[in-house]
Ligand binder design. Sequence first.
Ligand SMILES: [Zn+2]
Length: 127
Amino acid sequence: MMKWLLTAWRRLVRLFVGGKYGQKSAPYRTMVVHEALPESLTAEVIYVVEEDGFLEQAAMLCPCGCERILHMNLLPDDRPCWELTQHQDGTATLFPSVWRKKDCGSHFWFRQGQVIWCSNEADSSIV
Ligand SMILES: [Zn+2]
């Protein structure tokens, strides 16, 4: 029993400490903009471009730090297309994962304002 508790406690601490110091734990803010993106984007903000009541695209600075802007199309008629969910706490979720196949090769899930890196892609070929 004690051993189980200890293991659970350690796991919890690792989760907390890892989340706090290992990665950025503050969720991305969601900013809805109309028609166009601002000229320069702020890190840890996901921009949602809305035009005529339609969500057109989401954009963010690449979370790896390469400073490229990632554009995710939200219009279902175009491909590739992401589904954006906005949550009550002001965060957003993107589906499916975002994979930048050129340059930095970042591949991550964006869930409730958190970047969750995909670590199982080591043997994938990235162009
Ligand atoms: Zn990057």
